[in-house]
Design a binder for this molecule. Structure first.
Ligand SMILES: [Cu+2]
Length: 76
């Protein structure tokens, strides 16, 4: 699995965390690892999902993706 750290703008409370988590969980091939106010980390299958689909799901909820950092899960 590829990993993606996202820096997210517009999040301010637990409602936002829930909305972002739900949006990410709805993207095919994505496993949500962590969501906090202003940031999220997901694992994704690069054969199914991609960075733009992940960012789009967040932006569809009204938040902005400020930065992304892609890395590879070790030991896999
Ligand atoms: Cu909120």
């Amino acid at each position: 699995m590829e990993k993606l750290d996202l820096t997210i703008g517009g999040m301010s409370c637990s409602h936002c965390v829930h909305a972002v988590r739900t949006a990410l969980a709805g993207v095919n091939g994505v496993r949500v690892d962590d969501v906090q106010i202003g940031a999220a980390t997901v694992a994704f299958d690069a054969g199914v999902a991609n960075e733009s689909a992940i960012a789009e799901a967040i932006e569809d909820e009204g938040y902005s993706v400020v930065d992304t950092k892609r890395w590879r899960e070790s030991g896999g």
